[in-house]
Structures are given as structure tokens and as C-alpha cells.
Design a protein around this ligand. Structure first.
Ligand code: 4AD
Ligand code: MG
Length: 463
């Protein structure tokens, strides 16, 4: 723990003083009287090359134990490296194998493994270059999220994970219960008495912290929440998870246009952080995962996001002459293929689609005067489609009450939400950024299951 990390060691100049490092052996190569091995400790993408004289101070039996995957402690001195990959290497005096790794069945062999295979060994995949890099980018970007909001006067609010209300009104919630379902079924009961459940009523895992964030925005003006959210939707795609992390700012005295400005500034701040703070990892993604991604992200940072209404977007789609699997139709939610077409071919960059038909969006969105559309907005980006969803919220009490009853939602369940409109109501807005979609966008990783350490998806909850 107190030894220097490899990232630091690699930044040092050759020196006669002794240094000790810890790490896992990545590869090993034997020359006549010398053993070379590469050590990685996750602090950076690069390995530290260690050079060991055979027949020197380290017993040959110990040298044989330096197999891929073994954990070791090495002490020695830093010297100029003749190899082109690194500026310094460690000339070992002592080597201690802490944990052996049987070479014949270590699942991470030197060859490239498919991401599908690596998903099956999620306990070992952080030891690969790709998953090390994804983890470091994820870490840097979570910190950048907090930095952006803290620097802009937002308060970080913890919103509940267990909730009794459906924030999206879409019914895609996982139930949280301590009721003995098997016994209830065996007893032949015709219905379930939730008053006897743990919370005295039905409870769920939250789909969004938004409604709770609105409470705090209507008192503290600028707040954000950043936590896990859950969706029981049966979507087996490369961009859906059942458990994902969402960043949700909520701002009072802010309309839709102000909300879009915030989303744009926020996204650009985060992309800049990735490029300036994760240089080595981003070069890796550019080289190995998504060619040209650094230039793409740089262009996004420098370009003003386009804005288009849903109605104009539908016109673009229908007028494009393109054959879509789902015909674009006014009044129907945009499909991923439509979103991608808009951002990749029409705009060729990020685009914010606004003013959706009210029937495709959640009950809380502010209604426009046309009686048909709402002040919602989705930010679409190339390669992915929707990355952010948000809106101005309906702050007018009778209008919101009408909408809740129109949709057949339980008014009583939202009583506190409605009271925010009764006492000192204010125009306010917010959005949600799916953190894993962001990591996908920044790294170019194809499958969302490879940008979260332990993905949860329909039929998949291992590790
Ligand atoms: O568009 P959504 O459903 O919006 C909300 O939940 C609002 N309450 C947010 C708000 O206004 N505070 O989700 C927001 C974002 C999406 O744009 C997407 O990036 C991500 O969350 N997302 C998912 N990410 C991974 N897997 C899923 N199943 C996701 N569903 C949404
Ligand atoms: Mg959405």
C-alpha cells in the first residue's frame, strides 16, 4: 500500500536509489540469461518492464513462479530502457511472488479475448487493458460530474433508492417486498394485502430520482442527484441495463432553453475532462476501440449543439427517402434508428430534439399552448442516439392534476408532488444523463454491459 504506483514510477528518471513496486504479471519473456516481465497495477495503462538477471540474487525456482496473473513485489533500481515502449525499466534485485497463478489454466491468456467471453469472467476482466481503461475513465468522469455541479452552485442531494412512487409513470419498476410470496400463493389467496408488507404499501426500486430532486430544487434552486436507478423493462439491447447510474440536475427558475444550455455545457465539460485527464486511456480507445474518437469528441466540444423540434425531426425523417424498419410517424416515440439517422446523417453531430407529442412522454412535462406537445428534450449523439432525456416540468397545478387523471395515474400517490405547485410554484427544469451511455459515448465501447463493472440485464445478475 505504501509503495509507489507504477504510473508514478514510469514518470521518474533513472536513479540509483532502490524502489519497490507491487503488481500483477502481464507477460513474461525469457532470453538467455535474463528474464523480462511486465507488471501492471491498474494505476495506468502502461506496464512497468522488469529485468531480472538469471543466476543472480533471485533463486531460479522463484523466477519460474513469475507466471501471467501472479501477484508480486519487486525491488530494484530504475534504469533507462533501450526498448521504445517505455523510458525507464526496473532492474530487479529481489522478487517475491505473493500469489501464484497456475499458468496452464489462467483464463486471461495473451491473445485477445472477446468481450462476450470477458463478461463471463467479470471477476478477472478488470485485469485487461480495456477494462482497466474503462474503469479509470469511469472514475475520472464521476469526479468530473461532481466538479461541474459543485463549481456551478448545485447541491448534491441523496434521493431514495426504495420508493412508493413511479417517477416516470411507466410501470417499469422492480418490486421491493418482504412478503412470503410462496406461502401466499400456496394458501390460495386471491389478492395480496400490501398493508402487511414491510412499508405498509407497495414499494419499488426507483426508476429516477427526479421527483425528489424537484422537491429540493423548489427550495434550494440548483440540485443534482447521482445514483443507481432501476428499470424492469425487457430490453435486451447494447444500450439498456436493468440497473444503471443516472445524473439528474434539477433547477428552479429555469425553462426548457435554459435546461438545454445546461445539458450542453455539462456534456462539454465532461468530454473535456476525458480528453485532458485520461489522455493515455483515450489514445488506447482511439487506437483499439473506435478510430478517430478523440477528434470526434474534440469537434463536439467546439460545436454548438443543433436544436430541432420533434415535428421538424419527423419531417426530416419522412422526407429523407430512407427506408426505416419503423416508419417515422408523428405521435410515436422516435426509434433508435431514427435518432441515429438524425444525429449521424442530418446534423452530423449532437442534436437536441424538443417539443415531443405529450402522449409519448411522462406526465410531469410542461404542456405547450398547442395542447398537443410538451416541453421535453432529448439529446441525441452519433453512435448511440439518446444520451440525455429531460424537460421543463409542469408547474401549473390544475394542468398537472388534469394530466395525472387523464393518464389514469393515482392522484393520491403524488399528493406531495402536487403541493409543490400549490405553495410557491416556479418554472423549473431538469434532465437525466445515463452514466453508462456517457461512458459508452466517450470510450466507443459498443455494449453497455462493458462499461459498468457488474452489468444487470434481463436474465443476467451474475457476480
Ligand atoms: O429518458 P429517461 O427515462 O428520463 C428520466 O428518467 C427523467 N426522469 C430524467 C430527468 O428528467 N431527471 O432517462 C434518462 C437517461 C436516458 O437518456 C438514458 O441516457 C438513460 O437515462 N437510460 C438508460 N441507461 C441505461 N439503461 C437503461 N435502461 C436506461 N434508461 C434510460
Ligand atoms: Mg428518455
Amino acid at each position: 500500500m505504501n509503495t509507489p504506483r507504477i504510473k508514478f514510477v514510469l514518470s521518474q528518471k533513472p536513479d540509483a536509489s532502490e524502489v519497490t513496486v507491487h503488481g500483477w504479471v502481464r507477460t513474461r519473456r525469457d532470453a538467455k540469461n535474463i528474464c523480462f516481465f511486465e507488471l501492471n497495477d491498474g494505476s495506468c495503462l502502461a506496464n512497468l518492464q522488469v529485468v531480472l538477471d538469471r543466476g543472480g540474487s533471485v533463486a531460479d525456482d522463484d523466477v519460474k513462479r513469475l507466471q501471467t496473473g501472479a501477484s508480486v513485489e519487486v525491488s530494484g533500481t530504475l534504469a533507462d530502457s533501450p526498448g521504445s515502449n517505455q523510458s525507464v525499466e526496473l532492474h530487479a534485485k529481489t522478487v517475491r511472488v505473493i500469489g501464484d497463478s497456475p499458468a496452464d489454466d489462467y483464463p486471461l491468456q495473451k491473445k485477445r479475448h472477446s468481450f462476450e467471453f470477458l463478461r463471463e469472467i467479470a471477476h478477472l476482466r478488470p485485469r485487461t487493458n480495456t477494462f482497466g481503461a474503462v474503469s479509470r475513465v469511469r472514475n475520472t468522469l464521476s469526479y468530473a460530474v461532481h466538479r461541474f455541479f459543485q463549481e456551478n452552485g448545485f447541491l448534491y442531494i441523496a434521493t431514495p433508492i426504495i420508493t412508493a412512487s413511479d417517477a416516470e409513470g411507466a410501470g417499469e419498476m422492480f418490486r421491493v417486498t418482504t412478503l412470503p410470496y410462496e406461502k401466499i400463493i400456496a394458501s390460495g389467496a386471491k389478492s395480496i394485502d400490501y398493508s402487511r408488507d414491510f412499508f405498509g404499501k407497495p414499494a419499488y426500486l426507483t426508476v429516477s430520482g427526479q421527483l425528489n430532486a424537484e422537491i429540493y430544487a423548489c427550495a434550494l434552486e440548483r440540485v443534482y442527484t447521482f445514483g443507481p436507478t432501476f428499470r424492469a423493462e425487457n430490453s435486451n439491447t447494447t444500450r439498456h441495463l436493468s440497473e444503471f447510474w443516472m445524473i439528474e440536475p434539477e433547477v428552479a427558475f429555469c425553462d426548457l432553453s435554459c435546461n438545454i444550455d445546461l445539458a450542453e455545457a455539462f456534456l462539454k465539460f465532461i468530454l473535456s475532462a476525458a480528453l485532458t485527464e485520461c489522455t493515455e486511456d483515450m489514445e488506447f480507445f482511439d487506437l483499439r476501440i473506435q478510430k478517430g474518437i478523440i477528434d470526434d469528441l474534440r469537434a463536439v466540444i467546439e460545436t454548438k449543439f443543433a436544436r430541432i423540434t420533434y415535428t421538424d425531426a419527423i419531417a426530416e425523417l419522412t422526407g429523407s427517402g430512407r427506408e426505416f424498419e419503423f416508419t417515422p410517424t408523428w405521435g410515436v416515440e422516435l426509434q433508435t434508428e431514427h435518432e441515429k439517422f438524425l444525429t449521424e446523417h442530418v446534423v452530423k453531430g449532437p442534436v437536441v430534439v424538443t417539443d415531443y407529442p405529450k402522449d409519448v412522454k411522462a406526465f410531469y412535462m410542461k404542456q405547450n399552448d398547442d395542447g398537443k406537445t410538451v416541453r421535453g428534450m432529448d439529446v441525441l449523439v452519433p453512435r448511440l442516439g439518446e444520451i440525455i432525456g429531460g424537460s421543463q416540468r409542469e408547474e401549473n397545478l390544475p394542468v398537472l392534476e388534469n394530466r395525472i387523471s387523464e393518464l389514469g395515474l393515482d392522484r393520491d400517490a403524488y399528493w406531495w408532488y402536487l403541493e409543490l405547485r400549490k405553495y410557491g410554484t416556479v418554472p423549473h427544469s431538469g434532465f437525466g444523463l445515463g452514466f453508462e451511455r456517457l461512458i459508452q459515448y466517450v470510450t466507443g465501447m459498443q455494449n453497455i454491459r462493458d462499461v459498468i463493472p457488474f452489468p444487470r440485464a434481463p436474465g443476467a445478475a451474475d457476480f
